[in-house]
Design a protein around this ligand. Structure first.
Ligand code: URA
Length: 192
């Protein structure tokens, strides 16, 4: 299996799709490379592109808050995106861009071997859980794929645009916390 170092080096030099022409930085991923929980977003935004780290802009601040609500911390999980380079004007990543990039996420997932995968938003859920995934109907629902527990919650950007979705997301987060208590309680910052 490829090493983290080789994978990261390959990803940083990637020219497999046109996003490489407009990126400032490749946003590879951040967190514990042996994490039990993997969060998957859609793609870098402006701040992420500038800093080379996922979820460091406004959506990232909300994600950190969401994690803290269930006694999690970004250092104890791993955070990555479907595409590693910023789509111009934050548009949805095109299928050809996702196809060109998904191998990096697959390799990251194989190295991490998480017990739980949380998709942040529709784009990640459609790619990881089910191409027909309906985020409004299926957020918070648990799926199992090859022994890995998976669910999707609303993307933090969607929660910034529409705060009325926050109560439902709180319920989903509590369900995630419960799953973590069963599968990997040691990652919770306060372990009851
Ligand atoms: N939105 C995402 O999906 N990923 C990031 O890294 C930042 C914002």
């Amino acid at each position: 299996m490829i090493t983290w170092e080789a994978l990261e080096a390959q990803c940083r030099q990637c020219q497999s799709c046109p996003l490489c022409e407009t990126r400032r930085n490749v946003v590879f991923g951040v967190g514990d490379r042996q994490a039990d929980v993997l969060f998957i977003g859609e793609g870098p935004g402006e701040q992420e592109d500038r800093r080379g780290e996922p979820f460091v802009g406004p959506a990232g601040q909300l994600l950190d808050l969401m994690l803290s609500v269930i006694d999690l911390d970004r250092s104890r999980v791993y955070i990555a995106n479907i595409v590693k380079c910023r789509p111009p004007k934050n548009r949805d990543p095109l299928n050809l861009e996702q196809d060109a990039c998904i191998g990096y996420l697959r390799a990251q997932t194989a190295l991490i071997r998480p017990k739980i995968i949380v998709c942040l938003g529709r784009i990640a859920a459609m790619r990881i859980i089910d191409p027909k995934f309906r985020i409004t109907r299926q957020h918070g629902e648990w799926f199992e794929r090859a022994g890995v527990q998976m669910m999707a919650i609303y993307h933090p950007s969607a929660l910034l645009r529409d705060p009325s979705k926050r109560p439902e997301t709180f319920v989903d987060l509590k369900s995630l916390q419960e799953k973590i208590r069963v599968l990997c309680p040691h990652i919770l910052v306060r372990d009851f």
